[in-house]
Ligand binder design. Structure first.
Ligand code: UDP
Length: 327
């Protein structure tokens, strides 16, 4: 199939592009390279463009004529979304509407959407199922709820079909060593811990030790980025094969606390990097763990890298490589 991938030069998008290419799909990446990189596009071609620019989206749809669109391009930092909500609503909501309108205009009706566990806010039951109430506690999560609602309404009104994948905490790097996280400002826990191990930051802060969890730090479900990329390939097959819209969690169903992640990172790197416990970070729910049985049953997806140590190992290999080449 011909797949247009927005944000395909980014961390998750780049891994998905590689997996889609391996599965035999033809790819066109549409990316403004604000956080992505040309080198991350390992399959197909790259069109540099912005989702603010409706004419540019229509042009790429007209020229590439995709069978489906995968939409990764978005801002993703919870804490920043609390400080700068308009930036998030503009990019994650308004620019996604541009894309959806252009797709309607050009008759493209299959859509895979990057959603998030942040839609659940503070879930009452862990592991959380897709049917749990959507009560986000930060603007980032709300932008994703808003677009999920738009997608449901659009699918009810037209022949548009979609799969929204609610990612839990995506981490690790390409098992083949070609891809990994390369944001200018690393804020995610595992990347931050590894960069601290490398000496790029003087210490790692643990944000909050008074949460209602066994060791007081937040619990997250870390999913390897290659498993997530594979979930996209399978979600696409499901969507095109059945024409049925779905919303599905992507995680492993096992949670680790911030302290457990830090201990594992120290073990994997063999470096006892400095850590300081500090206050809570705005917008963080205490625990997020996925029930992904729907994804497994619906698409046949199976986790391959369900191992925190392996996840951190691949990320560490990538960090060492990036540092070596000064990317
Ligand atoms: N975290 C931390 N120190 C850091 C970065 C993150 O203690 O330098 C914590 C953060 O407060 C949260 C968890 O690690 O409880 C996961 O945060 P991350 O930013 O990796 O992902 P999020 O869950 O926000 O998507």
């Amino acid at each position: 199939m011909r797949i247009l991938v927005t944000g395909g030069a980014g961390y998750i998008g780049g891994h998905a592009v590689k997996a889609l290419g391996k599965a035999g799909h033809e790819i066109c990446v549409f990316d403004n390279l604000s956080t992505g990189h040309e080198w991350a596009v390992l399959s197909g071609k790259l069109v540099k463009g912005d989702l603010e620019d409706r004419a540019a989206i229509e042009k790429v749809l007209e020229e590439f004529k995709p069978d489906a669109v995968m939409h990764f391009a978005a801002f993703i930092q919870v804490e920043e979304s609390v400080r700068e909500p308009l930036k998030y609503y503009r990019n994650n909501v308004a620019n996604t509407l541009n894309l959806l309108e252009a797709m309607r205009e050009r008759g493209v009706g299959n859509f895979i959407y990057s959603s998030t566990a942040a839609v659940y806010g503070i879930p009452e039951h862990i592991p959380v199922r897709e049917t749990a109430p959507l009560l986000p506690i930060n603007p980032y999560g709300m932008t994703k709820v808003m677009i999920e609602r738009v997608l449901a309404d659009l699918a009810a009104a037209t022949d548009f079909r979609y799969v929204a994948l609610r990612y839990f905490n995506v981490a690790g790097a390409d098992s083949g060593g070609q891809l990994g996280q390369a944001y200018k400002e690393a804020t995610h826990l595992i990347t931050r811990a590894l960069k601290t191990a490398h000496g790029e930051f003087p210490k790692l802060f643990i944000y909050g030790t008074d949460y209602p969890t066994p060791d007081g730090t937040c619990i997250r479900d870390y999913i390897h980025v290659d498993d997530l990329a594979d979930a996209h390939v399978k979600a696409l097959d499901h969507l095109v094969g059945t024409g049925r819209s779905e919303v599905m969690n992507c995680g492993y169903g096992s949670g680790y606390s911030v302290k457990e992640v830090v201990e594992t990172a120290k073990r994997v790197t063999g470096i006892d990097f400095p850590v300081e416990e500090t206050g809570r970070r705005a917008g963080d729910p205490p625990a997020l763990v996925a029930d992904s049985s729907k994804l497994m049953q619906t698409t046949g997806w199976k986790p391959k890298y369900n191992d925190l140590e392996y996840i951190i190992k691949t990320a560490w290999e990538w960090e060492k490589k990036v540092r070596g080449t000064r990317r």
